[in-house]
Ligand binder design. Structure first.
Ligand code: 3PG
Length: 391
């Protein structure tokens, strides 16, 4: 049985509980990038146009407890109100089920109530059935439009749809379509570019793509661990010592599969990462004990760009250098620019990658995923726990 989309259910005049991912970046408590909010507007408008009462639930950040007001969703309710004219967006400062029920019974259809951050309640992460059941009792239908959280088995993701009919919204539908094409029916050759820091979170997707892609190009601290596994000195660079064994296994598996798993041939190094640091482009074999790798080097950029130009599909997750510093963002910029100019099918994702492309105004990719970990896990398993539960 497949997953139902919102268009498959009769939702007119119903009360809908919509799970969104409004885990947006904040700058001094202000929303610095509202992409994830904008991405849910199609689903929200579709629901409101059908005379429904709409309860929106979400998380923001990883708060320790409810006193952590930086992570309150109140600012999101205000922002949502600005984005959807002529609609009242009420905010519930807590998740008190009976108060919310009272509010909804007097609410006019076509309006919204956004509940406070789900993660102020430990029941959310613990997938507490009572919490999920109580939330489900507020609505007739559950809609998941939180693709970026769909890898989490939390109460609002996998618990609520056990009690009421559930479906996916337009954002999740679009993600599934684009990412499934990237795996099941890609234009070949396929090139996967991975940066970021953790081997653990990327090991699954690398292994999956050893058999399903032609090139895997590594950068960032992730590449450093693979360089260390190959026996290179990586100086004072960030890496994961306890993942060298895993990196070695993956390198051997790549050889067996005939997959081109690339690490940088040359790198940009400095003595300490800073805005004013003096930087040098050197061959990987020349890295010394007191150096820090901050970006991929010129030859590597050329080589990676060549692979990008000759690919049919490019999947990119994770900047390849310390992109927060202008002087170490050349590698990531050049990857973004070659992907765009190649005009090939491109799937981009990950919080840092999206932050990077937004900052530099890079836009023309085939699909920019709202998911970070969720995108990686979807490409690894072709499904996610919160999608499975809707089948
Ligand atoms: C994300 O930003 O990747 C999602 O909102 C999930 O957040 P989490 O990693 O804190 O569960």
């Amino acid at each position: 049985m497949g997953i139902k989309s919102i268009e498959d259910l009769k939702i007119n005049n119903k009360t809908i509980i919509l799970r969104t991912d409004y885990n947006v970046p904040l700058d001094n408590n202000d929303i610095s990038d509202d992409n994830r909010i904008q991405a849910t507007l199609d689903t929200i408008n579709y629901i409101l146009e059908r005379n429904c009462k709409l309860i929106i639930i979400s998380h923001l950040g990883r708060p320790k407890n409810k006193t952590d007001k930086t992570f309150s969703l109140e600012k999101i309710a205000k922002h949502l109100g600005d984005l959807i004219p002529n609609t009242e967006v009420a905010f519930s400062p807590d998740i008190n089920i009976e108060n919310i029920r009272d509010y909804i019974s007097n609410m006019n259809p076509g309006n919204i109530i956004l509940l406070e951050n789900l993660r102020f309640y430990e029941e959310e992460k613990n997938n507490d059935p009572k919490f999920a059941k109580a939330l489900s009792s507020l609505a007739d239908i559950y809609v998941n439009d939180a693709f970026a959280t769909s890898h989490r088995s939390h109460a609002s993701m996998v618990g609520i749809p056990r009690y009421i009919p559930g479906c996916i919204g337009f954002l999740v539908k679009k993600e599934i379509k684009a990412l499934s094409q990237g795996f099941c029916d890609p234009k070949i050759p396929v090139t996967l570019i991975l940066g970021g820091s953790k081997v653990d979170t990327k090991a699954g997707i690398i292994r999956n793509y050893l058999d399903n892609s032609d090139n895997i190009l590594l950068g960032g601290a992730l590449a450093n661990t693979f360089l260390a596994a190959k026996g290179y000195c990586i100086g004072k660079s960030k890496y994961e010592a306890n993942k060298i064994g895993l990196a070695k296994q993956i390198i051997n598996e790549a050889i067996n599969y005939g997959c081109n798993l690339m690490t940088p041939r040359d790198v940009v190094v400095c003595s300490n990462i800073s805005h004013t640091a003096e930087k040098f482009n050197i061959l990987t074999e020349d890295i010394k004990d007191d150096m820090v790798i901050a970006d991929i080097g010129i030859q590597t950029i050329e080589e990676y760009n060549e692979y990008i130009r000759s690919s049919g599909t490019i999947i990119w997750n994770g900047p390849v250098g310390v992109y927060e510093y202008e002087s170490f963002s050349c590698g990531s910029k050049s990857i973004a620019e070659s992907i765009i100019s190649s005009n090939k099918t491109s799937i981009i994702g990950g919080g840092d990658t999206v932050d990077f492309i937004d900052k530099h105004g890079y836009k023309n990719f085939s699909h920019i995923s709202t998911g970070g970990g969720a995108m990686i896990e979807f490409l690894e398993h072709q499904t996610l726990p919160a999608l499975e539960v809707l089948k």
